[in-house]
Design a protein around this ligand. Structure first.
Ligand SMILES: *[C@@H]1O[C@H](CO)[C@@H](O)[C@H](O)[C@H]1NC(C)=O
Ligand SMILES: *[C@@H]1O[C@H](CO)[C@@H](O)[C@H](O)[C@H]1NC(C)=O
Length: 501
């Protein structure tokens, strides 16, 4: 028997307000649960249907999670891809990609709509660490090492575990795994991993038990039944505070060990002093055929191409109208769309329409306007962009200096040089001055006698790229006599680079 370790995180957005139905259901719906099973002790016997990993193999699944919230059905859909990055003996290194999740909520018919539904974040679109998730998996499905995490919402565990169940040993017909575990309830999402700040509100100890049965096995398909039960030892009036009960059916391909399909019905129960809320959810997983996978890839490529495609005349007109709108949502959507595109020729009219939003009182509107100007700004917008370097919202100057770098106007050099002296804004300002190139040389020279050696060092590196003979006397001086060894070496290098041009 293997031991299973499990951890869960919940995120009650209002931990003190779980007594009322409304708040309690919101608590549940915003509950991000992390729960993972990791088998650390490998089985002694041979797996009956071992995973056969092939380097470079990519398998895409469709994962649908449907949650009945009482007055609505919420659906989360994802199409993650598992990629076999390496194989050693029978152990595979797997990564997961394409983890965006589409969220849809459908109000049930005949529901008396008296409750206001609060807008919710879709529970798992951009989980921290999702993309760095990497697991090495033994032939029986044991996770040997794990990096990152890819937790599903609603205490459903790790998405990789869902797609890669562990397999029974040869001759096993039914087997049970059980463990003691704990559920962490945290006050925010994502749970902080910093050792200095804990956001843990409470930790509940729990037991879990998983039972597997081989229902049928042919050469083409193996069917397994799964039963799962989790409950906290903490109780309210004799019943566990949190409980989860699941039954599922899984189909495996016995030739390769990969999951073909699974369906799980889950009942999640949360009890508070005066109230018990149960919500049923269903998980459906299906492996896409190679044809469906190719179709999905083609769609993704087409969407990416459409995003950067030049504006048509009609779209340009629509954008101009939208930028005149009072509706900030419309304006924001238009600015974000423009950000991905660029004009073939400078477009003064559209640039001016974008620039109007640089004075808006909302930070994100100014940020998106500045970002749109990175590609759309013209010489006319240079004074405004320079002014925006002083904007109080950090993202605005970042975008403004990128736009100024692209426009290459000399007027931007003095303020950008000043920003190199500040550590906060240094990296972006250096990048912008590099883009401006030769017209920035004289301004950058002024940085060579800064008190701070890191500033002199940046100036040497910049001049190595954009400097001309005019900078040689200053650089030679520095190479000879700077107090800092690093600056000396980089000044010397800049001299060499300039001479070599
Ligand atoms: C549960 O109900 C009782 C009686 O109605 C009430 O006094 C108590 O405050 C309630 N508990 C919570 C947590 O709301
Ligand atoms: C603003 O525009 C968005 C979409 O562009 C729309 O969904 C929303 O209803 C509009 N708001 C108002 C107040 O018109």
């Amino acid at each position: 028997m293997r031991r299973i370790a499990l951890r869960a995180d919940f995120n009650p957005s209002h931990p003190g307000e779980t007594a009322m139905m409304f708040d309690l259901s919101r608590w549940l719906l915003s509950a991000f649960a992390c729960l993972w099973l990791s088998s650390s002790i490998a089985r002694a016997d041979e797996p009956a249907w071992p995973y056969q990993f092939t380097v470079g193999e990519r398998i895409t699944y469709e994962v649908i999670i449907e949650v009945d919230t009482g007055d609505a059905v919420d659906t989360h859909t994802a199409r993650p891809t598992l990629h076999v990055a390496g194989v050693q003996d029978t152990t595979g290194t797997l990564k997961i990609s394409d983890t965006q999740v589409a969220f849809r909520s459908r109000t049930k018919e005949n529901t008396f709509r008296r409750r206001i539904r609060v807008p919710r974040r879709p529970p798992f679109p951009t989980l921290r660490g999702f993309s760095e998730r990497e697991v090495t998996v033994a032939a029986d499905g044991t996770f040997v090492t794990e990096k990152g995490d890819s937790q599903l919402p609603y205490a459903l565990g790790d998405v990789m575990r869902l797609l890669m169940p562990s397999h029974p040993g040869t001759g096993d017909e039914t087997w049970t795994e059980s463990a003691q575990t704990s559920i962490r309830i945290t006050s925010q999402w994502p749970p902080r991993i910093s050792p200095f700040r804990s956001n843990e509100v409470e930790r509940l100890s729990a037991t879990e038990e998983e039972t597997w049965t081989v229902e049928s096995a042919t050469e083409k398909q193996v069917t397994l039944k799964r039963g799962y039960h989790l409950e906290t030892s903490d109780q309210i009036e004799g019943e566990p505070r949190l409980a989860m009960q699941a039954t599922g059916t899984l189909q495996l391909d016995p030739q390769t060990g990969w999951l073909i399909e699974r369906q799980d019905d889950v009942k999640f129960t949360v009890r508070s002093e005066n109230l018990t809320v149960k919500y049923p959810l269903e998980i459906r997983v299906r492996r896409l055929t190679e044809e469906e996978r190719q179709e999905l890839l083609a769609k993704k490529d087409a969407a990416a191409a459409a995003r950067v495609a030049p504006l048509t005349d009609e779209e340009r007109t629509q954008a101009l109208v939208a930028l005149e709108s009072d509706n900030k949502t419309t304006v924001q959507q238009t600015l974000m769309k423009l950000y991905h595109k660029s004009p073939e020729e400078p477009d003064g009219e559209l640039a001016a329409a974008i620039a109007n939003w640089m004075q808006d009182d909302q930070d994100f509107v100014r940020m998106n306007a500045a970002k749109a100007l990175v590609n759309w700004g013209t010489i006319e917008e240079v004074p405004l962009l320079i002014e925006s370097l002083e904007d109080s919202f950090f993202a605005v100057p970042l975008a403004a200096q990128e736009a100024l770098g692209r426009l290459g106007d000399e007027r931007a050099v003095p303020p950008l040089v000043a920003r190199v002296r500040e550590l906060r804004s240094r990296a972006g300002a250096v990048q912008a001055l590099k883009s401006i190139g030769a017209p920035a040389e004289q301004g950058v020279q002024q940085l060579l006698d800064d008190d701070e050696w890191t500033v002199r060092f940046e100036a040497c590196k910049l001049l190595a790229e954009i400097g001309t003979e005019k900078s040689l006397p200053l650089l030679e001086d520095l190479a000879e006599s700077d107090a800092n060894g690093v600056v000396k070496r980089f000044a010397e290098n800049a001299v060499k680079e300039i001479r070599g041009r």
